[in-house]
Design a binder for this molecule. Structure first.
Ligand SMILES: *[C@@H]1O[C@H](CO)[C@@H](O)[C@H](O)[C@H]1NC(C)=O
Ligand SMILES: *[C@@H]1O[C@H](CO)[C@@H](O)[C@H](O)[C@H]1NC(C)=O
Ligand SMILES: *[C@@H]1O[C@H](CO)[C@@H](O)[C@H](O)[C@H]1NC(C)=O
Length: 356
């Protein structure tokens, strides 16, 4: 099948090249995907020939990407490779695709060659040329983590970026450092928890299962809306940056996986039997999250900690108090925050879990 198409397509191409109206030789790249700032549309076609025909018949189509794999997707582009100053970086390696530029760029887009590249994506596309999308900016350039994006793009701003999965998805990346979590950014959002709600209590399935929760709606920012992202099972990490909102500001603390457990995902940590955990940090650091003190009894901290009155997915537990994320038990009915029974304090907080 494929070889028949390749012959047909070849003939078709030849006709193109021979047409006197086009003193333009079309360009075909196998194993490449062209990222256009303006895609006309994506359609499903039978084969390569179908994609070529669609682009030929659509007056605005300059080039197309054809997915050789099962999806047979055909992406029609308004642009050709001369349209981009950084043409090479827009033609990315992707073994499953074919890029084919059928027509020369139009006058309008050709003019843009004389423009200078913009320093930022700051609007007014008339005076300058938009920079090509970088790692994480478009689904085709999805990254494995926010850290990977920051390593390639030191100037990347805080915001939502595409991470790899099928299909890829948008995730909030904290690119600028959070001082209490060290002087490097590149943190990937995993969860946001409203301690007054029951969604992420200790016993809820979200800790044990892979389901996301309002990922598309609330996973792209730090707004106070509960979410759980696929990063829970897809993004591996060494360090975790935990935040709790008290009054108006968010307090943060950094914890690391135990030695020998680096580079793993959140998901297995909460699976029984519990065998993974975090390195100890001081009681004072945990207390800093809520600006309140635990009682003076012995504490246990890390992941999946419990006594007869309380259970904590991540946090610290004493006999009459705790500070934690994903909490439960008789001590207090909150899912995130601080509880101390001897002083009768129950302080639900809004919690953030980020990893790197
Ligand atoms: C586009 O620009 C190139 C180089 O500047 C020029 O050779 C070509 O004729 C232009 N094409 C059109 C369609 O204007
Ligand atoms: C958390 O949930 C409670 C109860 O539903 C709600 O009243 C409160 O506004 C929420 N907090 C935040 C910060 O959204
Ligand atoms: C605990 O809180 C949840 C969510 O706010 C609520 O649905 C539940 O009834 C509460 N349970 C108890 C024992 O108060």
């Amino acid at each position: 099948m494929t070889s028949i198409c390749e012959i047909f397509c070849g003939v078709f191409l030849l006709l193109y090249i021979l047409q006197p109206a086009y003193s333009f030789s079309s360009r075909t790249f196998v194993g490449k995907y062209f990222i256009s700032n303006q895609e006309l549309k994506t359609i499903k076609v039978q084969d390569w020939m179908g994609c070529l025909k669609h682009c030929h018949e659509e007056p605005l189509c300059i080039s197309y990407n054809f997915d050789k794999g099962l999806s047979k997707r055909c992406v029609l582009n308004k642009h050709g490779i001369e349209d981009f100053i950084y043409a090479d970086s827009d033609l990315v390696d992707d073994a499953g695709w074919i890029f084919h530029q059928l027509k020369p760029v139009t006058k309008r887009t050709n003019k843009s060659r004389n423009m200078i590249p913009c320093q930022c994506n700051c609007g007014s596309s008339n005076q300058c040329y938009p920079p090509p999308p970088g790692l994480g900016d478009v689904p085709e350039k999805a990254a494995s983590s926010c850290k990977e994006i920051l390593e390639q793009r030191r100037q990347a701003q805080d915001g939502a970026y595409y991470l790899q999965a099928s299909p890829s998805y948008k995730v909030y990346c904290q690119m600028t450092p959070i001082s209490d979590c060290g002087d490097e950014g590149g943190w990937t959002l995993v969860m946001k928890i409203n301690g007054s709600k029951g969604t992420f209590r200790f016993s809820e399935r979200y800790w044990k299962e892979q389901d996301a929760y309002y990922q598309e709606k609330y996973g792209g920012d730090l707004s106070e809306k509960e979410t759980k992202l696929k990063t829970f099972q897809l993004t591996s990490f060494d360090d975790m940056c935990l935040g709790m909102k008290t009054l108006n500001d968010i307090k943060w603390v950094k914890i690391a996986l135990k030695r020998g457990q680096q580079n793993m995902e959140m998901f297995p940590i909460f699976q029984k039997p519990y065998q993974f955990g975090f390195k100890e940090i001081s009681k004072e650091k945990w207390e800093g999250l809520v600006e309140s003190n635990l009682d003076d009894t012995q504490t246990d901290s890390g992941s999946n900690i419990r006594n007869d009155k309380a259970k904590v997915r991540i946090g610290i537990l004493a006999s009459k108090s705790y500070i934690g994320f994903g909490t439960g038990g008789a001590m207090g009915n909150i899912s995130c925050g601080y509880v101390r029974t001897d002083t009768k304090q129950v302080q639900p907080t809004f919690g953030y879990i980020l990893i790197r």
